[in-house]
Design a protein around this ligand. Structure first.
Ligand code: 3PG
Length: 307
């Protein structure tokens, strides 16, 4: 009997786990759960007898992939798959997939929660600012970016987007103004919401030069990955611009130091929680389970992300 392991350091809500179990067991497979594990070696050991694994931000590196002697598929229940060693997956004949879009609305809603929180001075009773009438730049118009744009329109913001991989007419059709370059986006927008993946090209790409272009009252919103920010630049911008603010669901390594030095201008969630809603857990978890069953039963590799 095939074994599907759900390995989530940050567990799904119970209703999502129940749903995953039903899909897996209805297909005649066995479900194993590894939640809130302490060591990476716990995942390495658990994967040894699994045919498929569902993960979140859990690290699936070469060691995990080599330990999975009968492992055929890893599904990242979520969008970003920078936590999977794709080359090692391919080398070990393991298909890696994600579940694009399934947690996108949850992440977008959190972005606005954080924006309002800081715009209203952390609800400390003093006068803050409103989002209406402000400009917002969507840096990468993917699944999350689209929801952020949609919600931003509801807030009455002027919405711009830059994405070299999305045709301008797609952006225009959504009522959003496309811009031609990253520089233009940052120059125009008081708020910039990051939705780029962490890749060789994007890591450290959000730097002092770019952030300095933002107009007065600048707030950078990061629900993407901490690695895309050049952290030294972040400190420099905070020091150079008393108006600069940063909200993030992917705290920088120096978050505590920044919070102390620039109190009231930075907010970071203590743990990545963009996708921490019942709905997102159900959407992404069940999609992952269905993709695994479909892969085993029909060979469907629609959401494959490795070569
Ligand atoms: C994603 O890439 O889908 C998000 O970063 C959510 O990550 P999580 O499932 O670890 O919360």
């Amino acid at each position: 009997m095939k074994k599907v392991l759900v390995a989530t350091d940050k567990p799904f809500v119970k209703v999502a786990v129940d749903g995953i179990r039903k899909i897996v067991e209805d297909a005649g497979y066995e479900l194993a759960l590894l939640e809130k594990y302490k060591e990476h070696s716990d995942l390495v050991n658990a994967v040894a007898t699994a045919d498929a694994v569902i993960i979140r931000s859990d690290i699936v590196d070469k060691e995990v992939l080599e330990a999975g002697k009968s492992l055929k598929i890893v599904v990242r229940a979520g969008a970003g798959y920078d936590n999977i060693d794709l080359e090692a997956a391919t080398a070990n004949n393991v298909v890696a997939m994600n579940t694009p879009g399934q947690n996108a609305n949850a992440v977008a809603e959190l972005a606005f929660g954080m924006m309002v929180y800081l715009a209203r001075n952390t609800f400390n009773g003093t006068s803050g600012t409103e989002l209406r009438g402000k400009s917002i730049g969507i840096h990468a118009y993917g699944n999350v970016g689209k929801y952020v744009a949609l919600i931003a329109k509801g807030f009455g913001m002027d919405v711009y987007a830059f994405d070299p991989f999305v045709p301008e007419d797609v952006i225009v059709k959504d009522g959003i103004t496309p811009v031609k370059s990253v520089d233009e986006l940052y120059s125009k927008c008081q708020y910039v919401s990051l939705h780029i993946p962490a890749t060789k090209e994007t890591k450290g790409s959000i730097n002092f030069d770019l952030l300095s272009k933002m107009p007065k009252g600048a707030t950078l919103v990061n629900t993407a990955r901490k690695e895309v920010i050049d952290e030294a630049s972040l400190v420099k911008v905070f020091e150079a611009r008393p108006d600069f603010r940063y909200v993030s669901d992917v705290a920088p390594d120096n978050a505590a130091e920044l919070a102390e030095k620039f109190a009231g201008r930075i907010f970071c969630t203590p743990k990545k929680m963009g996708a921490q809603t019942e709905e997102a857990n159900i959407n992404a978890g069940l999609a992952a389970a269905r993709q695994i069953v479909d892969f085993f039963q029909t060979g469907n590799t629609k959401f494959k992300v490795n070569k």
